[in-house]
Ligand binder design. Structure first.
Ligand SMILES: Cc1cc2nc3c(=O)[nH]c(=O)nc-3n(C[C@H](O)[C@H](O)[C@H](O)COP(=O)(O)OP(=O)(O)OC[C@H]3O[C@@H](n4cnc5c(N)ncnc54)[C@H](O)[C@@H]3O)c2cc1C
Length: 418
């Protein structure tokens, strides 16, 4: 087995250079910690997850990456985003994230992930972060003084690295949950998504490009579509529903997406002149959870920990939050301070994830849709709901965060009665 050629053991090895891996690496590097990221692919590469939430800008700034995203946004086709719009049976409601309850940024971007992930990785490398592309990790052994990671580089040469600590940022590949038997049932129904990029040719009066458009199927309220405009006249288009809706239709992916768009008259109109740019992809059964977000010598970031659902675009925000919490806990640990991974990492992270879970479940059982589509909401309540849609699921001064389940239930009752 070839040992890592640059010699010394690192303090932190990170599996994966997606948003969570790159952000954690940058934050650790800035605190003087020796870190190496091992990424199996080569960038740019396609990834799903294109609509960011304003809350995530806090973490980009914390890592010193926010300016690069803002300054290169135009060139890379990133679209300024200030909110979310919802459409169901002719009803159209929008939320302006700058009019939210919680303090913090109110705008963000809709990004092509191939370009976004490459930009973050390039910036991290420019700051001195060590990223090895084409290096897939296959096994991880926790040892008395850390961990040994083994895998292969893309010339099929074996690769080995010793580290004091491992962060698993491998996304849906879920390297450590699979190796360490950490997988747990997600509790959410297994859903499927069909998606592609389109040249939308949409008329400006039909599509607010500054907002993600979420359309609900007229008959099945648990089927919904995303339309995420970019600044170059293209959009990401996708549909989500339980697989049972799609099985038996006997359609290929492109025909399936076309058929489903045709069933939602509002979206059909917006996309009347659209052209598909890429083959239509599908993903199924992506909701995932673990028994524990950390253990001796390791912690799980982003999708390698828990992934809920694409609705409300919380994935990258949760990935960044996990990276920031883990990096700060690790930095303290390396300084010799007493840390408690449950108190300092898992609990704060899980708090916000559970808030998102309440609203995701409420979306699919209809409670949250009744709130969103309520035509005359109280201004202050709309601002509190808006905060959650903008990603501020960790702001406990917001009653809809602090007591999410009870508040959502009561509000939905009022909306239904109204
Ligand atoms: C249909 C759908 C739509 C979505 N839409 C949105 C959205 O609009 N907004 C949003 O915020 N989120 C969205 N998400 C979620 C989003 O895609 C993820 O939450 C986000 O990408 C997680 O980031 P990450 O860093 O955890 O993992 P990833 O971005 O998946 O990165 C993981 C990296 O690890 C690498 N890797 C994997 N295995 C190995 C290995 N063995 N060795 C080395 N490297 C490895 C991969 O190549 C990859 O680069 C969506 C998800 C789905 C399923």
């Amino acid at each position: 087995m070839r040992k890592d050629d640059s010699g010394d053991k690192v303090q932190v090895a990170i599996i994966g250079a997606g948003p969570s891996g790159t952000l954690a690496a940058t934050l650790l590097h800035r605190q003087g910690i020796k870190v190496r990221v091992l990424e199996k692919g080569h960038f740019p590469r396609f990834s799903i997850g294109e609509s960011l939430l304003p809350q995530s800008m806090v973490y980009l700034d914390e890592a010193g990456l926010g300016d690069a995203v803002a300054s290169q946004a135009k060139e890379l086709g990133f679209q300024f985003k200030n909110g979310a719009a919802f459409r169901h049976r002719g009803r159209y409601i929008d939320f302006d994230f700058t009019d939210k309850f919680s303090p913090g940024p109110g705008t963000t971007f809709q990004v092509k992930r191939a370009a976004f992930d490459k930009l973050l990785a390039d910036q991290a490398q420019a700051l001195g972060v060590d990223i090895r592309f084409g290096c897939a990790i296959e096994t991880v052994a926790i040892t008395d003084d850390g961990a040994t990671l083994c895998g292969q580089d893309d010339k099929s040469q074996p690769y080995q690295l010793d580290a004091d600590f491992v962060l698993d940022a491998s996304g849906f590949a879920r390297v450590l949950p699979k190796l360490f038997d950490l997988e747990a049932p997600s509790g959410l129904a297994s859903r499927q998504s069909f998606f592609t990029h389109v040249k939308d040719n949409a008329h400006p009066s039909e599509l607010d490009r500054n907002k993600i458009l979420i359309s609900v199927h007229p008959e099945h309220r648990d089927i919904w579509y995303w339309l995420i405009p970019f600044s170059d006249g293209t959009c990401s288009l996708g549909v989500v529903g339980e697989a049972r809706y799609f099985e038996g239709r006997n359609l290929d992916n492109a025909a399936m997406l076309n058929a489903l768009v045709a069933e939602e008259p509002g979206l059909k109109k917006v996309l009347a002149r659209a052209e598909f740019l890429n083959p239509v992809n599908t993903l199924k059964g992506y909701s995932a959870k673990v028994k524990s977000l950390y253990g001796k010598g390791y912690a799980l970031l982003g999708n390698a920990g828990e992934f809920l659902d694409p609705v409300f675009s919380s994935g990258v925000t949760i990935a960044f939050t996990s990276a920031s919490l883990a990096a700060n806990t690790l930095a303290r640990q390396f300084r010799g301070e007493a840390v408690d991974w449950q108190r300092d990492f898992a609990e704060p992270l899980q708090g916000g994830v559970d808030v998102f879970r309440t609203y995701v479940e409420g979306w699919y059982d209809g409670l949250f849709q009744d709130v969103i589509f309520y035509p005359s909401p109280q201004v202050q309540i709309k601002r509190m709901v808006c905060s959650i849609l903008a990603g501020y699921a960790w702001d406990k001064t917001n009653p809809y965060v602090k007591e999410s389940s009870r508040r959502l239930g009561t509000l939905a009752e009022i909306c239904r009665a109204g």
